[in-house]
Design a binder for this molecule. Structure first.
Ligand code: SF4
Length: 352
């Protein structure tokens, strides 16, 4: 994905203000940044020679000092239902995955923000691999450039981006914020905030800061109605327990008609009883929160089992009767282990 030993400055991953200050410090005109950023983020161009509104001479100077890291995927797999999974090799040999999910008029890209993850959620295969490193904004935005360019080639548009791939995005908030700015901006992907979703295990200070800064959507992994169970599944609960988590979710500023999503991975015999659904309904009562039920999708390292169909339906019925908007997430791309699931190698269970 990146040629890390290349001494030239990588423009990919820079926001427009960052690019402007880079050009200004370099003694070039500020408006150059807007020209270049549009080529990189609107047209997904990675070769200065293709930037036809720049003079040949300036393109030559640019390519001596700067580069735009290229965004080819090492492997692309396409599922029978149209879901696509991309494997990206990073400059240091690490790899991450993204999944593109087509659904009627939507084209949703599930992207990664870290290599591995330190939060060690018990049902998650990414958690099992441990934390390797944070991704740079270039590596994060690269996933969107690759998918958008591929879609553009067939006359389609990238419509949604979800940070539900590998990693906890709010543990890499600075780089993720730069990527989000590019996704939302006019010089970038021009995505409405409601179409960019940050999925988090609930890192509360960063969640509040991100919600203040960007009008993005939030999907928070709740996964249990009681601290004993949640701490067992998600060690981060010891730092940010349920009561504080739900209170923080209630404080997220929302435009009218929008809700925060509570993600709930159903695990057989752990958190899928009707009593758990009732306790969850009490926790969420009166909040602008909807629930996404995710029947666990077992992966190799998993110590948990998938819930029965009846348990899933019963859980959903309890929440619906309490007036809580609830959907059960349908599994996509199962034949290529892409269920935004085996992705977080985890979402294996988490995003099944
Ligand atoms: S579920 Fe998310 S936060 Fe938890 S270990 Fe997996 S990637 Fe990390």
């Amino acid at each position: 994905m990146t040629a890390d030993r290349d001494p030239r400055t990588d423009l990919k991953g820079m926001t427009l203000p960052e690019m402007e200050s880079f050009f200004t410090r370099w003694g070039k005109e500020r408006y150059r940044a807007r020209q270049v950023s549009r080529w990189v983020y609107r047209k997904y161009v990675e070769d200065f020679d293709m930037m036809t509104d720049l003079s040949r001479e300036f393109r030559g100077v640019l390519s001596e000092v700067c580069r735009i890291s290229a965004s080819g995927a090492e492997r692309v797999e396409v599922s029978a239902d149209g879901t696509e999974k991309y494997l990206f090799r990073l400059g240091d040999g690490e790899s991450v995955e993204s999944v593109l999910i087509p659904d009627e008029d939507r084209r949703t890209l599930c992207i990664s923000s870290q290599v591995g993850c330190a939060l060690a959620c018990g049902f998650c295969a990414t958690g099992a691999m441990g934390f390797r490193r944070n991704m740079t904004s270039a590596e994060i935005i690269h996933q969107a450039c690759f998918a958008a360019r591929r879609l553009a080639g067939r006359g389609e548009l990238l419509s949604n981006v979800v940070f539900m791939g590998m990693g906890e995005p709010l543990r890499n908030a600075a780089e993720v914020s730069r990527a989000i700015e590019i996704l939302l901006s006019q010089y970038g992907f021009v995505l409405p905030g409601k179409r960019v979703t940050v999925s988090t295990a609930g890192i509360l200070p960063e969640m509040a800061a991100m919600a203040e800064r960007f009008p993005v959507s939030f999907a928070v992994s709740v996964n249990a109605p009681r601290d004993e169970i949640r701490s067992l599944l998600m060690p981060v609960n010891r730092k940010y327990p349920l009561r504080e988590l739900i209170a923080a979710m209630r404080r997220i500023p929302l435009q009218s008609g929008r809700k925060v999503t509570a993600e709930y991975v159903l695990l057989q015999g752990v958190n899928d009883a009707p009593g758990d659904a009732e306790a969850l309904a009490r926790l969420l009562q009166g909040a602008r929160i909807k629930v996404n039920l995710i029947p666990f999708n077992p992966h190799e390292e998993a110590a948990y089992r998938a819930p029965s169909r009846e348990a899933v339906d019963r859980f959903r019925t309890v929440l619906l009767s309490a007036g809580i908007q609830t959907i059960t997430r349908e599994r996509r791309g199962g034949d290529i282990r892409a269920a935004c699931g085996q992705l977080r190698a985890a979402c294996g269970g988490k995003r099944g």
